[in-house]
Write a protein that binds this ligand. Sequence first.
Ligand code: MTE
Ligand code: HPA
Ligand code: MOS
Length: 778
Amino acid sequence: MNVMQPIDRIRGGVHEKERHESGHKHVTGTAEYIDDMPEPAGTLHAYLGLSERAHAEILSIDFDAVKSARGVIGILTAADIPGENDVSPAHRHDDPVFATTRVEFHGQPIFAVIAETRDEARRAAAKVKIDYKDLPHVTDVVEAAAANCPLVIDPLKLERGDIAAGFAKAKNVVEGEMRIGGQDHFYLEGHISFAIPGEDDEITVYCSTQHPSETQHMVGQVLGIPSNAVTINVRRLGGAFGGKETQANLFAAVAALAAKKYRCAVKIRPDRDDDMTATGKRHDFHVGYKIGFDDDGRIEAVDAVFSARCGFSADLSGPVTDRALFHADNCYFYPHVRLQSRPLKTNTVSNTAFRGFGGPQGMVGGERMIEEVAYALGKDPLEIRKLNFYGGEGRNLTPYHQTVEDNIIGRIIEELEISSNYAARREEVLAFNRKSRIIKRGIALTPVKFGISFTKTEYNQAGALVHVYSDGSIHLNHGGTEMGQGLYTKVAQVVADEFQVDLDRIKVTATTTGKVPNTSATAASSGSDLNGMAAANAAQQIKARLVKFAAERWGVSEYDVAFEPNTVRVGVERIAFSEFIKLAYGSRIQLSAAGFYKTPKIHWNRSEGRGRPFFYYAYGASCSEVSVDTLTGEYQVDRADVLHDVGKSLNPALDIGQVEGAFVQGMGWLTTEELWWDAKGRLRTYAPSTYKIPLASDRPRIFNVRLAEWSVNREETIRRSKAVGEPPFMLPISVLEAISMAAASVAEYRMAPRIDAPATPERVLLAVERLRRAAKNG
Ligand code: MTE
Ligand code: HPA
Ligand code: MOS
């Protein structure tokens, strides 16, 4: 047979460094967000009225001043809800839209004002007079544990081996504790929903949500209508980071309620300070640990309890605290282990998903234990790490009984050690610290292993809808949402690659519950794994029909039909793709398909604490160096080197962007971002004036980010890629540890500094002083 070489390559296929499909629109301000949409005439605006008590009975509410305020159309309370007053994603009926007789946190929504303008609604809401009877409140996680506060959901226990025997055998045992702070998502676009009523029971909501299907069900539940009457549309979110996995539901429900009641379009968008006060954040944790190890630093046994401030309701706290336990081992084999979660109820906003989903807190706890071993033995923490990595006979079983089969951490660490020149630089840092009195340096190299899949098995499914129009242009829709991470671009690249057409022939259209049903949250980093596969499946269905058509029409074998760059080859003939599609349409070939995918191999039994919750792991490592001013506790990150594993990258440009962004966001979490509640249970860090996210000037002075280009996912993921959204968030644990080393230098590295996260300058200074005192006295 005549073997013909493809004449060309398509533009924007998989593995190409393609720009984000909206990148140019983001930077020119032409990307349309919900607040940019033209408003239909008569659009009304809703604003929430929030609780001013952390825990109280509501005795009475006086709405007189609200009602008479300018522009006010009406007020919504729980009494206006025709369906259920609940938006609880855990289906525990513990997340009311509006509080009724009792408030459980400062900032809890009690009512909404509907007015002609947003400003009028906001001003009117502040005029309410509420009589409260205060009840005792607990906001802090340690206090909640001490007070035996209830749990919001059953705890998880992971156990393997015999910890009593492990500790008995261990020559050294260290016990300690650590606090790990929470984090506000600080998405650029805050929460927003815009509802437009339809005929009969129908309603359409434009919502900045990561989980359109759940938002759809919640709106239906609150309005008392079936899901088929509700359509949720999401073109893009201006950042989400987990903060819009469940927290958007309330805003969608309020907008929909008002739209139905007043029969007009209604928009709701809280101010930044109310958004920060009234919506959930990353869980802060307290970790209590006991670790047994031999004189080389080899771990024998680990016993740890991870307590989390969950807030007043369950929300996603069950799976979040589970994921914390799943990552407490990070890359290390624990021969004997017991890990327990304590998801504590507190009188604070209900905490929720945030990049890493509890994994980062678990991993920080695990890495703190490594540090303890290193300082106890006077060794380089990297040496302890390498000694305890998974690998070797009988050393591959996780605390949840999943075998680590794809371990590449050894190679990642080896390459990063060389490229970052770790050993020589550590010697330099030690030498510098011997001479420098005030400024102290630290350097650390830390690994990451992150499990990919939703631990809730049913979430690991996705759908897509692909239409090829008769002009040869392609319409792509899938269940994932675009929040800046580049999902739409990657899935379009997959479809371009399937049909072998240029990327600009494909239009990715806004995510909508009307096109792809029963989708999962775009979360757990699995967006491109799941939706990429579903879209490929849809494209393959259409291609199979086209191949059959071509074989019949031209009288060749199906093997002689091939999709080549922008052409279809049938035998020796080449037909331009659009020409070919026109012919297929003329022969009445169905040019549309719904694709589907479900992740294979995974299963999880929570009550036994056993299974294979993860399809595979993503790996990475980073080496960070910092300088600390020991008179003030201030520091800067002088250099960070990253080597990160994304398998065979679908789009290296987007992946590098994800790694860099996650590093800086994770660094902010571990260094400067501090949430602080006062004695009355009020969050006082609710604005950028008091809550410090990293600035461009805070990024590492030297920042070398590389992908492990040799990595290929051993599992059959979409084009052998790996998820990238969350894993790199944990890379900057090396920043925390480098700060720790700089502090430890004032006491000759003989004591673990035990700096809590975030390592604010204040905490660093306190640690330095504590260590100096201890060194003097000891
Ligand atoms: N990147 C940007 N720019 N904006 C975001 O909101 N969210 C992160 C990550 N990267 C986020 C982001 C989180 S929490 C997750 S789970 C993943 O993206 C979700 O998208 P993916 O599954 O398509 O990677
Ligand atoms: N990650 C993110 N979101 C989730 C998960 C998870 O594992 N499970 C349920 N929602
Ligand atoms: Mo990401 S926390 O799973 O939305």
